[in-house]
Design a protein around this ligand. Structure first.
Ligand code: PNS
Length: 159
């Protein structure tokens, strides 16, 4: 039996915090499916295809990570793919309330389980939206995103 898990998110763009969770998860499962949400209501900096390209490039070295996109409910995507488990990173207590509700609703809707992984404390303050804000105003975000993402981020924001 192949043990698969889904790591969902917007990944606009992928950060070192995301990568830490994806990398650690890839050591626990046979295959990690990174699922990028297509959300037409939310304004994004990078297109879904650009986000997928970045994710594919920075997760290549793990060897067992597949990147897909999805719209609608995450549990429908997980079911379609035959994946019984979602992994989510928890940064702080402030994430917990929202994530717990989502995990409970997802379980109730589908039986798909959610497992929480504690974020590396090095990245517990990090979010894609804060990162974009800092980069937009010329702040230094090196070390918070992979080099490839840093280049594309600077290009897009100052471009
Ligand atoms: O990186 P994000 O934006 O925090 O990721 C949030 C994501 C994509 C995991 C979440 O918004 C999601 O699962 N969206 C799909 C819609 C869905 O299934 N909603 C039901 C929640 S109970």
């Amino acid at each position: 039996m192949v043990r698969r898990v889904v790591c969902p998110g917007s990944f606009d763009p992928v950060t070192n915090g995301h990568l830490d969770i994806i990398g650690r998860t890839s050591r626990l499962y046979d295959e990690v499916v990174v699922a990028v949400l297509i959300n037409i209501e939310k304004k994004s900096l990078f297109t879904v295809e650009e986000r997928i390209d970045m994710l594919q490039a920075v997760t290549k070295e793990y060897g067992n990570v597949r990147v897909e996109k999805f719209h609608g409910l995450l549990v429908d995507f997980a079911k379609q793919q035959g994946i019984p488990t979602i992994v989510k990173g928890l940064r702080a207590v402030s994430d917990f309330d929202y994530e717990l509700q989502m995990a409970q609703l997802n379980y109730r809707m589908s039986g798909v389980e959610t497992l929480f992984m504690s974020t590396n404390p090095e990245y517990s303050f990090l979010s894609s939206s804060r990162l974009k804000e800092i980069a937009r105003y010329g702040g230094d975000v090196s070390g918070l995103v992979p080099d490839l993402v840093l280049r594309l981020l600077v290009e897009r924001l100052r471009g």
